[in-house]
Design a protein around this ligand. Sequence first.
Ligand code: ASP
Length: 422
Amino acid sequence: MTLKIQQPKGLTYKILVAMGLGLVFGVLLNYLQGVPWIQSLVVDTILYAGGKIFIASLKLMVVPLVFVSLVCGTASLDDIARLGRVGGKTLFLYMFTTGVAVSLALIFASIIEPGAGFNLTADTAFKAKEAPPVIETLLDIFPTNPFQSLAEAKMLQIIFFSGFLGVALALSGDSGKRILAIFNDLNKVVMKMIMMIMIIAPVGVFCLISKVFAEQGISAILPLGKYFVAVLLVLLLHVLITYVGLIKFVARLSPWEFFRNFKDVPIFAFSTASSGATLPVTMETVERRLGVDNSIASFTLPLGATINMDGTAVMQGVATVFIAQAYGQPLGIAAMLTVVLTATLASVGTAAVPGVGLITLAMVLKQVNLPVEGIGLIIGVDRLLDMTRTAVNVTGDAAVTVVVAKSEKLFDQKIFDGDQSY
Ligand code: ASP
């Protein structure tokens, strides 16, 4: 099903300008830190409120969108066997890409040696929060009360319940058709609401970016320059090798067209540092600009935002090597394999919100007996890396979605090629 609702004209351009202005304004504010009202009025009140309202309005749409869209999506799948097949392919590709991401991170971090020369002993005071065990994340898929799942925005439970409801609608004859018609109408209304929120996106992005740079200051990056650059480099390589490879050789599509159509989404992800908050934009773009059918995108994207975090896995791989080197405890091959496995599972358990990747990093470090306090070293530069890795996280979800949609022939080449006239 394709929607005719138009995205605000020139949105990408406006958001990019907002980002640029936000960066300049934020750096300026950082210089003026000494002036008391700058921090309390501008940073902590105006920019804080602007950013919060923007993120809240995006998050507001996540539950209604996933619920309504996934009911429509599963109800329109022609056979149940397809549901299983799509699920299997998607899970495999999500795990595979995450495994590749960590492996790239370990290889390149071992070459770059970001932690060489630190000579630390475990004394930095950082107390890591406990990450949830992976089995809890898996058991959490099965809800007992769908209203509670919706109220608490439990994504995997919502996916389970909406999929179940969609299948039941498809099997319920005329009654199912009548209810489905209502869901299809609701879907259009929800999409319209998302479009309306996009109109304020440049202001929201400006507030978020200015606040980060007002608080961050570029100087925080310098002592950890090698770590910072190593994470960025591996993120870039992962996009160029893994995603471009998947799109070009598996889906047999043009990576150029993919990124041209998709570019707004990483920008949103970068600004919000949350795959969850970006989800409405991801779903809208993947369906309306990349030509993926709603029956695929409505399932793979909410799932991806929850369990597929390649960017986070890259950071965890590089951070593990960095901490190992900084504390003079090099990782052997067995430890590296443990890191690949744990970081892949940890990315499943990483919630799609800012900064969670650091918490699950504790789980990875513990597995290979590295000092968890090492996280204290990298926390200062984490916000900027969080923004970047979130952009990669959402790109990975879309790349896999396109591959799955193409293989299931639930993909519209004309839309992908740029014909959005219908
Ligand atoms: N902020 C990331 C996301 O929402 C998760 C993380 O790496 O902390 O995708």
